[in-house]
Design a binder for this molecule. Structure first.
Ligand code: FMN
Length: 381
């Protein structure tokens, strides 16, 4: 089964990789992830406030940025300790580059286009193959409009790009008001890929002690649905590749994300819960599903006459995913009628292996199959 894909100019053996998280903190874990089939390693983020604090020696810097990067508080709960300072981060990056043969993607989290961005260059010099820019930002200033938030992010992307030769992916939150437009602007600012989405830190309330209670929940597959919808909406309107992050726990989740438009699939919660070897399980599940449904590769090979690549329904799926249920029902009805009136539909299974016949789904709504091999053996081994 051919799972090769391309992302940020990197040719990858599969779309599966651990997302930014503490999974990259130990070289042992990183090697286990490579053994489990990780196509690349995304390191946890180095935060702007870590760098500015180191640069200025200002112990208040963290508090000043607390709202812009509340995520830092959730991932690094101690008030004054990050697990890796800027220098340790670069050392860890060099260590990972030495330890594995797969591409290593550094991650920076910040919001201002200032001197701290020189660290992006240092990551490149330390051997990063690409950089993920995590633009996690909570706009809490009532004087700041959405246009200003977007413009600041675009300035940041331009500033990072001007310092680097390696590709840059931008990891977004789902709360931009006009995401397809903004995605295009990011592409225009030089982004080489987009990651949909980060998860917002959501503190709970402790009603007895009257204080905010820090929480850190792992995701579950229901979080994938938001990503599927926006992958399908954004993928057809940009030329740069998309990564999914959030809610991928199984091979089927990964398949859906690729169908919706993701070139790569980042996994964190499932690996933190089940261990690095779970990445292999996800790959095996993907391969099994593709085999059972007659697909041979993730990406269509234009040289083949009859490529059995996973379909990317693009605009059709986008329309269905963001349609109002009534509209969706009408689309499904229309496509069913079209299918009935059009090509003959065989529901038969292969006479030899009893699997559904080879062929592509005729219609997303009708979920029926056009059998290309009629009821003859499908030719699978
Ligand atoms: C413990 C933990 C630490 C994380 N650290 C980072 C980080 O440093 N930078 C970042 O961009 N995302 C970070 N994330 C977010 C993940 O990369 C990912 O976007 C999110 O967990 C959704 O993916 P999942 O559903 O596979 O967990 C972290 C997530 C967790 C659970």
């Amino acid at each position: 089964m051919d799972l090769t894909t391309a992302y940020l100019g990197l040719k990858l053996d599969s779309p599966l990789m651990p997302g930014a998280s503490p999974l990259s903190d130990s070289l042992d874990k990183v090697r286990q992830l490579e053994d489990a089939g990780a196509a690349a390693i995304v390191m946890r983020s180095l935060f702007e406030e870590q760098i500015t604090r180191e640069m200025t020696g200002d112990i208040c810097a963290r508090e000043a940025h607390a709202e812009s990067s509340a995520e830092a508080l959730s991932y690094f709960p101690r008030a004054d300790e990050f697990s890796l300072g800027p220098d340790e981060y670069l050392d860890q990056l060099r260590g990972i580059v030495e330890a594995v043969d797969i591409p290593v993607i550094g991650s920076l989290n910040g919001v201002t286009s200032a001197g701290w961005l020189d660290y992006a260059r240092q990551m490149e010099m330390a051997g990063a193959d690409a950089l993920e820019l995590n633009v996690y930002y909570l706009p809490i200033d009532p004087a700041e409009g959405s246009f200003a938030v977007e413009r600041r992010t675009l300035d940041l992307v331009r500033a990072v790009k001007s310092r680097l030769h390696i590709p840059v992916a931008v990891k977004l939150s789902p709360f931009f008001s006009a995401l397809p437009h903004f995605a295009r602007e990011l592409q225009g600012a030089g982004a080489d890929g987009l990651v949909l989405f980060n998860r917002f830190y959501q503190p709970d309330i402790d009603p007895v002690n009257l204080e905010a209670a820090p929480t850190l929940h792992f995701s579950d597959p229901s979080e994938l649905l938001l990503r599927l919808r926006f992958l399908a909406i954004v993928a057809p309107v940009v030329r740069i590749p998309l990564a999914v992050s959030g809610g991928v726990h199984s091979g089927l989740d990964a398949i859906k994300a690729v169908m919706a438009g993701a070139s790569v699939v980042q996994v964190v919660s499932a690996l933190l819960k089940k261990g690095p070897a779970h990445l292999r399980t996800i790959r095996v599940e993907m391969e099994r599903w593709m085999y059972e449904h007659g697909y041979e590769s993730l990406v269509a090979d234009a040289r083949q006459h009859e490529p059995r690549a996973l379909p990317r329904p693009g605009r059709v799926l986008a329309r269905q995913l963001h349609a109002h249920p009534a509209e969706l029902a009408a689309v499904a009805q229309a496509e069913c009628e079209e299918a009935r009136a059009g090509a003959q539909i065989f529901r038969a299974r292969c006479t030899r292996c009893a699997k559904p016949p080879g062929g592509r789904p005729l219609s997303w709504a009708a979920r029926s199959w056009r059998c290309e091999a009629s009821t003859a053996p499908c030719g699978r081994p």
